[in-house]
Design a protein around this ligand. Sequence first.
Ligand SMILES: [Cu+2]
Length: 265
Amino acid sequence: MTKILATALAFWASATAATAHFQLIYTEDTGLTQTGSVPLKLLFWHPFENGAVMDMARPQQLFAVHRGERMDLMGSLEETVFTGAENAGRAFNASLPVKRSGDYVLVVVPEPYLEESEDTYIQQFTKTYLNRRGLPTDWTNPMGLPAEILPLVKPHNVIAGSTFTGRVMRDGAPVAGAEIEVEYMAAEPDMAANAAGPATATPPPGGAVVILSDEQGYFSFGVPKAGHWGFAALGVGPETQFNGKDLSQDAVLWIRAHDLIEGGE
Ligand SMILES: [Cu+2]
């Protein structure tokens, strides 16, 4: 009886683990036209199933890279509470000052998060790409993170129905056979309400959507739908221990896909 219970619990634990945690740096529109302050929201969430919001700690680093220069955004952090379909959790608002045209690569290095159900820390180095007026300046450059996905397709401007290709890196070297989870941001955050908007999709049956990187660290994904898509290469960073427990250093990258308008605008 005890053995049956233990087996059932093990199944339950693995089913829970199958729902993917994703760190977000979110803003509504990744294509900018105006100058001024762009509102950002940082949260640690299960965006595909509009699931549990984890309490996020104040991050270790938050910055943008624009025309090769690093802009520290830590001073703009404001703690807030984000409400998902299941619960509410600690999140952060921030802002990006935009003056010139070009790419703004947003990077967050979170504090490791203790996932108590697995007794493991998770730290997701996360990138989101914004662009003002179509001028390409920074998106092809590595950000020098210990765990990083390099985009081979311009990430803020992907056509829905085309493919996205990335390369998984650890300390600047490609990672073969990396496990990459893919999630759609089914319910986009409502910036003003600090809550998840209505869900527009549900995850497919059968658990997490997973791709493996090839011998040179490359992976591709056919992007079926417009919106925000996230890729998380799990446990690819160099550090594996934190506070005496296992640590998974993941590389997360967000892309924005757009529909082609039939017949032009
Ligand atoms: Cu989870």
